[in-house]
Write a protein that binds this ligand. Structure first.
Ligand code: R5P
Length: 305
């Protein structure tokens, strides 16, 4: 078999599904930490001539990044023909400008770090705001997989009477797409962020939402404040209990529990970040299509000239 998928420990179910779809052998990373905190990674040494696909959950990126670099470099040293990365959640994308004097603009710096490590990258709905395209950030081939088709299928199957609610203007791109595919109405609210843990969100239109199940949609839930503020408004309008639908379940601290306390009837996410209670939408089928396209670009055509 000429493909080997190397999964980092935290995305095992997604990685196993993806490996089957790519017809790749799974070769887990041995990863242990010494008492001083340094990492030792150990790979299957049989990598000569193969295309390696590393699958890494980057939710806790600061603790994973060096090990990821060690894996990619070691795979090359062991003779891998190519090393690609599937990072279903791409971190640091929100720090895409200098919000305050002297701050690092982390998004392009992290992009350079990744492109120095791997030959190609596949990710799901990166938070592209001031950088509208992934290829404006990366010089290696990239594919941006949209979660909207899978999320729309989930809405159609589970909440056919939904009204989708995007909490801020940035969410319009996802909410509109999911709503069109699921054939349900949507609203986009206005958000003012006053700090890491302080946001204000405008009121939804109660008339349009009456009799429908509100589904609040966002690409990322981190502190949870954006969703929680929206849920608080929905509760005051006497609407049906809301569902929260999120692509990347970052959930800092106890954000998931606080969403439930704030009135979410259900919190549903894709599996780009492992969270057993809310992962309900598998991204492996769409990720496999993107990986196949990038692997094909690296395989010389066998067709006669
Ligand atoms: C920002 O524009 C994103 O789309 C999310 O709305 C944001 O990251 C959510 O953050 P939090 O959960 O901390 O309010």
């Amino acid at each position: 078999m000429s493909r080997v998928l190397i999964p980092f420990p935290d995305l095992q179910p997604l990685a196993v599904d993806l490996a089957a779809r790519l017809n790749a052998r799974v070769a887990p990373v041995g990863w242990r930490r010494f008492p001083d905190g340094e990492s030792l990674v150990t790979l299957d040494p049989q990598l000569s001539g193969v295309d390696v696909v590393v699958v890494a959950g980057l939710r806790n990126v600061d603790s994973v990044a060096l090990a990821l670099r060690f894996v990619a470099e070691t795979a090359r040293e062991l003779g891998a023909r190519s090393v690609g990365l599937v990072a279903p959640y791409l971190p640091y994308m929100r720090q895409d400008t200098r919000f305050h004097p002297g701050e690092a603009i982390s998004a392009p710096i992290f992009a350079r770090f990744l492109e120095q490590s791997v030959d190609w990258l596949v990710t799901v709905d990166p938070h592209l705001h001031r950088n509208p395209r992934l290829d404006g950030l990366f010089s290696i081939p990239t594919r941006h997989v949209a979660a909207a088709p899978a999320m729309a299928a989930w809405v159609q199957a589970n909440v056919p009477d939904a009204i989708l609610i995007g909490p801020d203007s940035e969410s319009a791109q996802w909410v509109g797409d999911i709503a069109a595919r699921a054939q349900v109405p949507f609203q986009v609210l206005a958000k003012i962020r006053e700090g890491d843990r302080a946001v204000r969100v405008s009121l939804p239109d109660p008339i349009a939402a009456r009799g429908r199940t509100p589904v609040v949609v966002d690409d990322i839930v981190s502190s949870g404040h954006t969703m929680i503020e929206t849920l608080k408004h929905l509760a005051t309008l006497g609407l049906l209990p809301a569902t929260c639908l999120v692509t990347h379940a970052v959930f800092s601290e106890d954000a998931y529990e606080r969403l439930l306390t704030a009135g979410a009837q259900r919190v549903v996410s894709t599996d780009t970040i492992a969270h057993p209670a809310c992962n309900a939408i598998g991204m492996a089928p769409l990720l496999a299509v993107a990986c196949e396209a990038l692997l094909a670009e690296r395989t010389p055509s066998l067709a006669a000239p």
